[in-house]
Design a protein around this ligand. Structure first.
Ligand code: AMP
Length: 190
C-alpha cells in the first residue's frame, strides 16, 4: 500500500493534484473536507456538528475526525494501490493517530507531500474559488481564520513528518503540469 498524505494550506492545490494522482496511479482518495460536506448535505447528526465548526473556520475535534477517518479507510477494501489522505492529518494528534491506525493494519504512510504556496496567492485562489463553488467557508473572513488555523495547528506537521523521514517539499506555485511532475518524481521513487 502506497499511502500518501497530500499536505498544504487551504487553496494550495491538494484537491486538484489529488485528481491527477488518482488518474495516474489508481489510488483511493479520502478528502475529509468532502466527507464532512457530504454529511452536511445529507443533514446527518455528524453533519450538524461539523457545520458549526466549518462555518467558523475551526477544526472538527480530533477524536471525532480520527473515528471518521478510520471508518472511511476501512471502507476502501483492498482494491486500491493505496490511499491519498487529503486534508488529514491537520494536527499532531491526528498524525499520531493515523500512524497508529495504519500500523494496526500493517500499513503506513509512504510519503507526505507538501505543496508550498505563498499566503497572498492562497488568499486570491480561495476568494476566486468561493465565487465559483459557493463554498460557505470560502469568504474573506473565514479564509483568514482557516489560514491562521493552518499556521498554528497544521504547519507544525511539516517538522513532525520531517522527523519521520518522509516529508517532501514541492513548490506549489506555477504550472500545474510542473507541480504534478514534481509529485510524480516523489511517488515513482517510493
Ligand atoms: P477542506 O475541504 O479540507 O479545506 O476542509 C474544510 C473544513 O472541514 C476545514 O476548515 C475544517 O473545519 C474541516 N476539516 C476537514 N478536515 C479536517 C481535519 N482533518 N480535522 C479537523 N477538521 C477538518
Amino acid at each position: 500500500m502506497k499511502n500518501i498524505v497530500i499536505f498544504g494550506a487551504p487553496g494550495s492545490g491538494k484537491g486538484t493534484q489529488s485528481d491527477l494522482m488518482i488518474k495516474k496511479y489508481g489510488l483511493g482518495h479520502i478528502s475529509t473536507g468532502d466527507v464532512l460536506r457530504n454529511e452536511i448535505k445529507n443533514e446527518t447528526e455528524l453533519g450538524k456538528t461539523a457545520k458549526a465548526f466549518i462555518d467558523k473556520g475551526q477544526l472538527i475535534p480530533d477524536d471525532l475526525m480520527v473515528d471518521i477517518l478510520a471508518n472511511v479507510y476501512d471502507g476502501f477494501g483492498k482494491e486500491h494501490e493505496g490511499v491519498i489522505f487529503d486534508g488529514f492529518p491537520r494536527t499532531i494528534p491526528q498524525a499520531e493517530a493515523l500512524k497508529k491506525m495504519l500500523s494496526e493494519r500493517g500499513h503506513n504512510v509512504a510519503a507526505m507531500i507538501e505543496l508550498d504556496v505563498p499566503e497572498d496567492e492562497l488568499m486570491t485562489r480561495l476568494i476566486k474559488r468561493g465565487k465559483e463553488s459557493g463554498r460557505s467557508d470560502d469568504n474573506e473572513e473565514t479564509i483568514k481564520k482557516r489560514l491562521d488555523v493552518y499556521h498554528n495547528q497544521t504547519a507544525p506537521l511539516i517538522d513532525w513528518y520531517e522527523k519521520e523521514g518522509i516529508h517532501h517539499h514541492i513548490n506549489g506555485l506555477g504550472e500545474l503540469d510542473r507541480i504534478f511532475g514534481d509529485i510524480c518524481n516523489v511517488i515513482d521513487n517510493l
